[in-house]
Write a protein that binds this ligand. Structure first.
Ligand code: CA
Length: 234
């Protein structure tokens, strides 16, 4: 099954080996993505700060001249949590170390890699991040899956794991009405017996946290007698 990427998908390739960069760019372009290439670590943050339409994904080489990939990954995560990051590393052993550092990268690819693999991983990461990234009447609500955080216009909502799950499930299907029972299934995978009141109390807390940041917006609505739905737009 092939999926055509959305026209505005842009991918930034940060890679100092010109051959690799060109190969990856060719394959991504061939799959319908726009790409931009930067070959020096010191130029990345400046470029991202200035560009009007930021890329959805950065392919980030670990070893770079200037600022290294680790530092860049941290900074991108911090400043633009909506941008997905796939780290490119030269050695398989590096991945263990990187995972331990909890950089929040969305994926890791080891060199040498096939450009096809890069395209497949890029697609998977973009599909995931688009599903969770939503615009609420011009404002941003972003779920950072790696850190279990939800950011409303960049501010951490401070959700508990259960609240995060609830929000995630509803955000994946905007406008769909979820019965309390369905939400319970998602909240508790071990099918513990919880009452519908428990769901109400979690939803109430979740709504309160959102209202603290966006008092004028009601994005999680109760549907009388049925359950709840996520409705980002009026
Ligand atoms: Ca390199």
């Amino acid at each position: 099954m092939t999926e055509a990427p959305i026209a505005h998908d842009q991918i930034l390739i940060v890679e100092d080996e010109p051959k690799i960069a060109r190969l990856v760019a060719d394959y991504l372009n061939g799959s319908g993505y726009r790409t931009h290439h930067i070959d020096h670590g010191d130029e990345v943050i400046g470029w991202l700060s200035e560009i009007e339409e930021r890329p959805q994904l950065v392919l980030l080489d670990l070893m770079l001249p200037g600022t290294d990939g680790l530092t860049l990954c941290r900074e991108i995560r911090q400043r633009w949590p909506r941008i997905a990051v796939i780290m490119l590393t030269a050695r398989v052993e590096e991945v263990d170390r990187l995972l331990g550092l909890e950089l929040g990268a969305d994926d890791y690819i080891c060199k040498p890699f096939s450009p096809r693999e890069v395209v497949a991983r890029a697609k998977a990461v973009l599909r995931r991040s688009q599903a969770l990234d939503t615009s609420v009447a011009g404002h941003d609500l972003v779920l950072d899956d790696s850190g279990w955080r939800a950011l409303a216009d960049g501010q951490d909502l401070g959700l508990t794991a259960v609240e995060f799950q609830l929000l995630k499930v509803m955000m994946q299907s905007p406008g769909r009405i979820f019965a309390r029972e369905q939400l319970m299934d998602h909240m508790y995978r071990d099918h513990r017996i919880v009452s519908e009141r428990t769901v109400d109390s979690h939803v109430k807390k979740l709504r309160k946290k959102i209202a603290d940041i966006w008092p004028e917006r009601e994005i999680i609505r109760s549907v009388y007698g049925v359950g709840y739905k996520y409705q980002p737009e009026e």
